[in-house]
Design a protein around this ligand. Sequence first.
Ligand SMILES: NC(=O)c1ccc[n+]([C@@H]2O[C@H](COP(=O)([O-])OP(=O)(O)OC[C@H]3O[C@@H](n4cnc5c(N)ncnc54)[C@H](O)[C@@H]3O)[C@@H](O)[C@H]2O)c1
Length: 396
Amino acid sequence: MKPRFYSTPSAQLAAQAWQARGDGRSGPGLAIVGVGMMGREHLRVASLLGRARVCGIYDSNAESIHRALRDFAAYSDRKLNVYDSLDALCADDSVDAFLICTPNFSHWSVFERLVVTGKPMLLEKPMATSLADARRMVDVASDYPGLIQLGMQYRFKAQYVEAFHAIQNDHVLGSVRTVAMSEYRPPFLDKVDQWNKFNRFSGGTLVEKCCHYFDLINLMAAASPVKVYAQGGRAVNFLDFERGGEQSDIDDHAFVCVTYDDGTLANFTLNMFSQELYEELVVTGAEGRVVASEHASFRQGIRSSAHIKIEVADHPAYRGCEVTYPQAIETSGHSGSTFFEHLAFVEQLEGAVVDAATPSQGLWSLIVAAAAQQSLSTGEVVFIDEFCARQQVALP
Ligand SMILES: NC(=O)c1ccc[n+]([C@@H]2O[C@H](COP(=O)([O-])OP(=O)(O)OC[C@H]3O[C@@H](n4cnc5c(N)ncnc54)[C@H](O)[C@@H]3O)[C@@H](O)[C@H]2O)c1
């Protein structure tokens, strides 16, 4: 039997979220710091969801502000404040919460400035480019009066919602023994000042891009990572790229193995010189296998599609089914996952208990990512406790 789309957890979530949309004129006031590609996605998605008012934006680049205002005017008749400094933003009492969407290397300095307000914030991934800064954020968060949610929204992609539901709510696999994830995709896109072409600005490819996947793998393994080994490098992309006399140094492919303290084994494959985007998560236990996959594209006219297969005896999704969100949600950004990230953020601001990424989970994903980045450059196995101790970073 093939489950009908509307009976799956992701479809129920989509239906409820769609019905609960607001008009964007009431609800908490949001301000977005950094309105490049991701900041504009947050602006658009917050408006689509309509459960919060976007009050204003701040960006150090005039062209980014211009693009954000132009985009916003295309779907909203509301006025957007443009702050001329972080001080002006912090002084605005109509702002209830911040979204930090600046490049990775600037997260700590923006965060440090905004935390004096005590207001809630959504901080884009990866939380920082160094473990020390990320650890300082976790320490601040531990007695911070407001919510701090991490921008690891891939956990809200439809196929992973289904996988989590089957594995952790319904326990279809028994205990999880192996987790395998892969991403095949085209090269990194252009960014303002091309910060993502340099390890010192992004933290490295496995940190910048793959912290999402290490977050998902950590959640699936539900155990603590002990050691990491990675191979990879620069095979195809940006080999001749330079900016201001500096040569790009980012990796474009990797194979990563992670061992967890309960014996669960995980691997992750990255390839960034593919034409289309494919993600796959395969989780196994004694009872069988769950396969969650997605095809997306940077090409016009190709919509993303998400699937799940639950190869467990007599399971109704044994042969698989499509779980893609409805089009208006799916096309709003990152296959609809940013929409649910906003829903989680607003519901948490309203006092609900929601399963969104915490600063500690953000730090764990960064620890695995940074250890993989280190292993890739040295060729050696990285033991997590030694790796963190050497950097004087206490485990979360
Ligand atoms: N969650 C996701 O799936 C996802 C996807 C893409 C990007 N991101 C993250 O979002 C962040 C931004 O990425 P992007 O793709 O939008 O980059 P981008 O280069 O397109 O935009 C960054 C913007 O921040 C501005 N900026 C830089 N420093 C600033 C500062 N100190 N104060 C104010 N503005 C500043 C830049 O002018 C630019 O407009 C990064 O941390 C990135 O990793 C997350």
